[in-house]
Every structure is written in structure tokens, then in C-alpha cells.
Design a protein. Structure first.
Length: 120
């Protein structure tokens, strides 16, 4: 088995203090069939921290590598939507805060529905 690697585009973000951050993620499969997701993050021109997580098995019909790619895609998209990172570098300065609506509880029809004053 040869080693495989899936690298995703670098994402950039700005912290609340105004510093630029860089975040990368990749999926690596070595020759021993070990698959891991490796993330590297830190300030743009400063120190970077690396974190690695092994994938124990694939879920469903996915292989370990396919499962790793699927999880990496999910993390990469979440970094963009939830934390405001993007593929382009942003100017240093104040971070733009995205205000999202608060989610309401779902209303189940029929639980307290009244007909002519009597509960059903």
C-alpha cells in the first residue's frame, strides 16, 4: 500500500484582538494503512500548532481514508460557516461579527390543540 494525502485549501481568519490566523487540514494515509486527520493552526507569521487524530475505522461502506476525507470536509466547511474563516487573507483590524438568529423550539401540532375548549 502506498501513502496517500488529501490536502485542503488554507483558511484565514482574524481573532478578536485583530491578529491574522491560518488554519489548514489534511488527511494522511501512511504505508501501514494508518489514517489520520492533521490540522495546523496559528498566527500567520508566528508559531503554528499541529494536532493529529487517528481514524480507527470507516463508517458504513467507507474506507478509513474516505471516512477521514469526509470528516475533514465537514470540519473545513464548519470553520468557514461557524467561525468566519475564508480562503482569502483579510486585512488586520477589527473582526466582523456575524449575528445569526436564535433558533426557536419546534412546535408540535396536536400536543395542546384545542377544539371548542376541550383538549384532544
Amino acid at each position: 500500500m502506498t501513502s496517500k494525502e488529501q490536502l485542503f485549501p488554507v483558511l484565514y481568519g482574524i481573532s478578536s484582538s485583530g491578529k491574522q490566523y491560518q488554519w489548514t487540514i489534511k488527511v494522511v494515509q501512511d504505508t501501514k494503512d494508518n489514517v489520520s486527520i492533521e490540522t495546523e493552526y496559528g498566527t500567520l507569521d508566528g508559531k503554528k500548532t499541529t494536532h493529529s487524530r487517528n481514524i480507527p475505522r470507516g463508517k458504513g461502506k467507507n474506507t478509513k481514508f474516505e471516512q477521514g476525507v469526509s470528516e475533514a470536509i465537514s470540519k473545513w466547511k464548519a470553520k468557514q460557516t461557524k467561525e468566519g474563516y475564508s480562503e482569502t487573507k483579510k486585512k488586520e483590524g477589527k473582526q466582523i461579527t456575524v449575528v445569526r438568529p436564535m433558533l426557536a423550539h419546534t412546535y408540535e401540532l396536536g400536543s395542546y390543540q384545542k377544539t371548542r375548549g376541550a383538549k384532544i
